[in-house]
Write a protein that binds this ligand. Structure first.
Ligand code: ATP
Ligand code: MG
Length: 603
């Protein structure tokens, strides 16, 4: 079944309407996402070729029946939703097969790494449900062992100290079509190499003046095999080892061996490391140590989103967003603040599965899983974003009734609450039109509507500011027989709107978010410009005068609600006692906006 773009914001449609939404051309092996002859998603788990490999390895007893994975972030930025895919895969597979998953920091580059990032990563992995028990490791824990292994390779004639500069190394490496040239230092004696490496380690040489390189094959079609650098000189303080080292191992020389030390069975990483696998294997084979299996899967990419720590750092450093936890950011800390749940992210990751080809998924697909989860768990409340004063002229002054409201129609156990009703209310400005267009069924002069959990009201007239002509309040009458929202005579109204009692409402600021970038592929930039030209200037809208029902007074930061008819909202930590601040996590489907759009399209 073809899944069309543009359905993504519409939330789920089950049954004959079809499956959730996958961007055209994206690769997925997940039957949940490609529809089936019954017209609805399959209930069987998504296909996952990594799982198939593990099942096969368990059958053949390849790793003694063990499954041991790891999630290996470099602490050079905050984690994003792409990392969540890897976390879910690594921790999820370990859990599924009764195995273990380590959290290991790949901290081999002291110049870009900071403990702030380490702390945030630990918090984020835990929040996503990753449990590494007592297995929190750092590649820097292995620096001594790695150095010993480097010496072992030198002694075996498999590594040499090279005096070429970084630029020369590049030059000698050759290209995809031309073989490389051997370094003039390639044939130093073992003794000379041992002595020079010792002096590198002792800090006798300046940064970049020498490297330790593996002696592999300068003619290899794989550039990674053309005598890759194992160690470089860098006089930099490391966040864990301080000034102990002035030589640091390269990623490729550290990663496989770290996996080996930790007895990882399946070293799962993204596709860009496929070309590194021969080197991963080479080091382990030359060292003659325990050998995990590297397996590569597709990176997560989402429309309107950048998933690159470096670019996200640019946004933070240039002040384009308020920080790593800005709710517009695709970082775990950002989407947490925005109100996404770990369960929604897990469901999303499980549903998209993994494959061997990179593609781009609709951002709307992620939002779909957020809506689906919040629908089950978020209590319903009433909040008015842009208040319009309503006076119910025939309602007794000073009377307050406590109306009974259902907390969550999806969850009977959530119970009910009381919402005060009085003579002066607020409704949404959008829910009143003096001159209602066709198909507009909300309040207008002479029209009767239902106030949710309240009464039927009929609008009598609007009052305007004589200066500006702006509507300042509207007047209505109510039908006392419709208490709770139903008419005993069975008459129907076409619309139900939400409201809050003016005297009881809590003030709130509401932050509405749109995509951070205004184009599907933010990396698609004109010559000479950078990705920031694609930032969406309307990605944040602050609504400052919102009025919320009083049950939310004192709501804790992080708590999530559905504002009826408007969307899901989470309490922001910026909230203070006098003023709550809400982030809109994701909007509900707005049928009227859709009609209007279609009408505009026709006109
Ligand atoms: P970035 O490109 O954002 O800087 P990275 O790959 O450099 O990410 P690491 O800290 O090295 O970040 O990543 C840790 C793990 O997460 C790696 O195994 C990496 O393959 C995986 N990972 C990173 N980005 C994604 C993504 N978009 N989708 C799936 N896995 C990812
Ligand atoms: Mg990386």
């Amino acid at each position: 079944m073809q899944i069309r773009k543009g359905e993504a914001d519409e939330g789920v449609r089950r049954g004959p309407g079809g499956p959730p939404h996958v961007k055209e051309g994206m690769s997925t092996s997940n039957p949940d996402l490609v529809g089936n002859k019954h017209g609805g998603p399959e209930t069987t788990g998504p296909s996952n070729f990594v799982r198939e490999i593990i099942i096969e390895d368990l059958k053949t007893n390849k790793f003694g029946g063990k499954v041991h994975t790891r999630f290996p972030p470099e602490p050079n930025g905050y984690l994003h939703i792409g990392h969540a895919k890897s976390i879910n895969l690594n921790f999820g597979l370990a859990e599924e097969f009764g195995g273990q998953c380590n959290l290991r920091f790949d901290d081999t580059n002291p110049s870009k790494e900071e403990t702030e990032y380490v702390d945030s990563i630990i918090q984020d992995v835990r929040w996503l449900g990753g449990d590494w028990e007592n297995r929190l490791y750092y590649a820097s824990d292995y620096f001594d062992q790695l150095c010993d292994w480097a010496v072992q390779l030198i002694q075996a004639g498999k590594a040499y100290v090279c005096d070429l500069t970084a630029e020369q190394v590049r030059e000698y490496r050759g290209t995809l079509t031309e073989p490389g040239r051997e370094s003039p230092w390639r044939n130093r004696t073992v003794e000379e190499n041992l002595a020079l490496f010792e002096r590198m380690k002792a800090g006798e040489f300046p940064d970049g003046s020498r490297t330790l390189r593996a002696k592999v094959d300068m003619a290899s079609p794989n550039l990674n095999m053309r005598d890759p650098v194992m160690y470089r000189i860098l006089h930099a303080e490391h966040h864990r080892t301080g000034n102990k080292w002035c030589i640091y191992p390269m990623y490729d020389f550290a990663h496989g061996q770290s996996d080996s030390i930790e007895r990882v069975t399946h070293s799962i990483c993204t596709l860009e490391f496929e070309d590194h696998r021969p080197l991963y294997d080479w080091y382990l084979d030359q060292l003659g140590v325990y050998h995990p299996q590297q397996i590569e899967f597709d990176r997560l990419n989402l429309t309107y989103t950048l998933l690159s720590k470096r670019k996200l750092l640019t946004l933070v450093q240039e002040g384009r967003v308020k920080g790593w936890d800005d709710p517009r950011m695709p970082t775990i800390t950002g989407i947490r603040r925005r109100g996404y749940t770990p369960e929604a992210i897990r469901n999303f990751c499980r549903a998209i599965g993994v494959s061997k080809t990179n593609g781009i998924l609709e951002l709307g697909l992620l939002e779909h899983y957020v809506r689906e989860d919040l629908n089950k768990r978020a209590p319903r409340v009433m909040g008015v974003l842009r208040p319009l004063r309503v006076v119910i002229d025939n309602y007794p002054e000073n009377q307050v009734e406590e109306m009974e409201a259902v907390n969550n129609p999806e969850d009977a156990a959530a119970g009910t609450r009381k919402v005060p009703f009085s003579r002066v209310l607020y409704i949404e400005q959008d829910d009143f039109r003096e001159d209602p267009p066709k198909q507009y069924f909300r309040l207008s002069p002479g029209r009767e509507v239902r106030l949710r959990y309240g009464y039927f009201i009929t609008c009598t007239h609007a009052v305007k500011d004589p200066g500006t002509g702006e509507i300042t309040e509207i007047h209505c009458t109510y039908d006392p027989a419709t208490h709770g929202g139903n008419a005993p005579d069975g008459r129907k109204v076409k619309s139900t709107i939400h409201w809050v009692s003016a005297a009881h409402a809590v003030d709130a600021e509401v932050r509405l978010y749109d995509n951070l970038f205004s184009v599907e592929n933010p990396n698609d930039v004109p010559e000479g410009k950078d990705f920031t030209v694609n930032l969406n200037p309307g990605s944040l809208e602050i609504v400052s005068g919102a009025k919320i029902e009083p049950s939310l007074r004192g709501a804790a930061p992080g708590s999530r609600y559905q504002f009826e008819r408007l969307g899901y909202f989470a309490v922001d930590p910026d909230s203070i006692a006098e003023k709550l601040v809400f982030n809109r996590t994701v909007a509900l489907r707005d049928t009227w906006a859709k009609i209007e759009k279609t009408q505009r399209g026709k006109g």
